[in-house]
Design a protein around this ligand. Structure first.
Ligand SMILES: C[S@@+](CC[C@H](N)C(=O)[O-])C[C@H]1O[C@@H](n2cnc3c(N)ncnc32)[C@H](O)[C@@H]1O
Length: 270
């Protein structure tokens, strides 16, 4: 395909990701997301993808799926509940890639449908989940024991000592209304721990143009307070987290309480 043919072809699509196609051409995605994406790509490079089964959840145009394939993954499945035509019609054939992309909601993933994975990539989706604990539980249940989970998400920075989940609706979201789940760091780490994961590393995207942004935010919050309204929660950062699945004891008291059936009330009482 000539450079002009590539440019003609990509002009028909709306891209989210910026993916290099040749030395001089890349897909015209949104550059705003680059800092978080680059941090996530660097985190991926620390893992061994060779011969692994990889799931990319919320794969959009496949930036991370293609990266996993280039790092040697044996099989890559990308899922999204709004599958990217640019990926399925253009990028996969263009790269002669073996990536399989499927339109499905992550809540409908099961081990019976897709098997178990060695590595699950979960960037840019957790903060969109209305049922975040259930979503993480589903991913845990399709990850092999000892498998890796990479999460890239928004973290609420307002509180550090207690585990919190900020779950705004509509205009109270720091982003836009489909973004309704903002754990603080302790909330996310504790949730992952109780689901059977061990956190290995967490890295924050460096804040850009810090001073003027914080000043603007502070002025906005002061104005809201003075008008008698509750100050909106806007202090969110982006972070990438690597954790491994250490397993859970399915017969333990709390796992049976939360996920199965138990006899605590009927035997111990209370
Ligand atoms: C903000 S984009 C992130 C894309 C990519 N993962 C990244 O980080 O660059 C979120 C993507 O996740 C998909 N998504 C959101 N909720 C989902 C769900 N419950 N099941 C499957 N995909 C979902 C959206 O359709 C969208 O493509």
């Amino acid at each position: 395909m000539t450079e002009q043919e590539i440019l003609d072809k990509i002009s028909h699509y709306k891209f989210y990701h910026i993916i290099p196609l040749t030395e001089t051409i890349a897909t015209p995605g949104n550059p705003v997301y680059l800092p978080a994406q680059n941090l996530c790509l660097r985190m991926m490079e620390k893992l061994d993808f060779r011969d692994k089964r990889v799931l990319d959840v919320g794969c959009r145009d496949g930036l991370y799926s293609f990266k996993a394939e280039s790092l040697g993954a044996r099989e890559v499945i990308g899922i999204d509940n709004d599958l990217s035509l640019p990926a399925t019609e253009f990028l996969i054939p263009f790269f002669n890639s073996k990536i399989k992309m499927v339109q499905i909601n992550l809540y409908d993933l099961t081990a019976t449908k897709f098997g178990l994975f060695d590595i699950i990539l979960f960037p840019g989706v957790l903060y969109h989940l209305r049922y975040p604990f259930w979503g993480l539980r589903i991913l845990r249940d399709i990850l092999k024991l000892g498998g890796d989970l990479i999460i890239e998400t928004a973290i609420w920075r307002g509180e550090s000592r207690n585990a919190f989940l900020f779950c705004p609706i509509e205009a109270e979201s720091p982003y836009e209304p489909s973004s309704c789940t903002f754990f603080n760091e302790k909330g996310l780490l504790d949730t992952l721990t109780s689901l059977g994961f061990t956190a290995q590393a967490i890295r924050y995207v460096p804040e850009s143009s810090g001073f003027s942004r914080r000043r603007k935010e502070w002025l906005r919050q002061m104005k809201t307070c003075l008008s008698g309204n509750r100050p909106p929660i806007r202090q969110v950062s982006r972070a990438v987290l690597h954790c491994t699945y250490r397993g859970i004891d399915r017969h333990s008291r709390y796992i049976t309480y939360w996920e199965g059936e138990h006899a605590i009330h009927s035997t111990i009482g209370g």
